[in-house]
Design a protein around this ligand. Structure first.
Ligand SMILES: [Zn+2]
Length: 205
């Protein structure tokens, strides 16, 4: 791509670093910004800067939050004895959208993936096992996507908590293996949380 402006080229290069954004799309976005009043670009960059600098991780569930304790963990109406294990905030948002779940979450921050060099120590697994060990958890619901990495992660955690007196279940999804949780429709996802199955049963299948 030949640019007549170095300033334009720099902006396009930065935008095209984002996942799923090629050079052509980046150019279209940047040209769009150029046509808008200067304030639009200011609001955009300010929102990104403030988010980047001030965002926190909930000290209890590790979800992205504006406060030390996220709204879900801080809500006295939520049942803290039921913990839904998810990969990231997108899963929390998807499950919250169903309005079917009244427990809390534990956000792992990813899945075990030897190919990508992500091991259990890179995820919030130890803190989850600690929650179980302390006796504050009565049920763990595994809600990771049913990919090989998701299954591996579920099984690893299951092995760590098996010896404790808790119920482990997995959401029974009516969607095909490999579909990511965030893409599941609300009705299906809501139903699968209500109709969750004992984790042991999922191992036999
Ligand atoms: Zn939280």
């Amino acid at each position: 791509m030949d640019f007549s402006s170095k300033l334009l080229e720099n902006a396009v290069n930065e935008v095209s670093r984002l996942p799923g954004i090629g050079k052509r799309t980046a150019l279209r976005l940047v040209l769009h910004l150029l046509k808008q009043p200067k304030e639009s670009t200011k609001f955009l960059t300010e929102a990104l800067n403030v988010m980047r600098n001030e965002i926190k991780t909930c000290r209890k569930c590790h979800n992205i939050s504006d406060t030390i304790l996220c709204d879900i963990c801080a809500n006295p109406k939520r049942n803290t004895e039921i913990v839904c294990v998810v990969e990231d905030i997108r899963d929390v948002m998807a499950i919250e959208n169903t309005a079917q779940y009244k427990g809390v979450y534990h956000v792992l921050g990813g899945k075990i993936s030897p190919i990508e060099g992500i091991g259990p120590q890179n995820l919030q697994i130890e803190s989850l096992v600690e929650k179980v060990r302390s006796g504050e958890v009565k049920e763990l619901i595994f809600a990771l996507s049913s990919t090989m990495e998701g299954d591996t992660t579920n099984f690893y955690i299951y092995k760590q908590v098996e010896k404790y007196d808790i119920v482990t279940s997995t959401i029974a999804r009516g969607i095909s293996v490999g579909d990511e949780l965030e893409f599941a429709d609300e009705v299906t996802l809501g139903r699968s949380i209500i109709n969750r199955i004992p984790f042991e049963n999922s191992l036999k299948g």
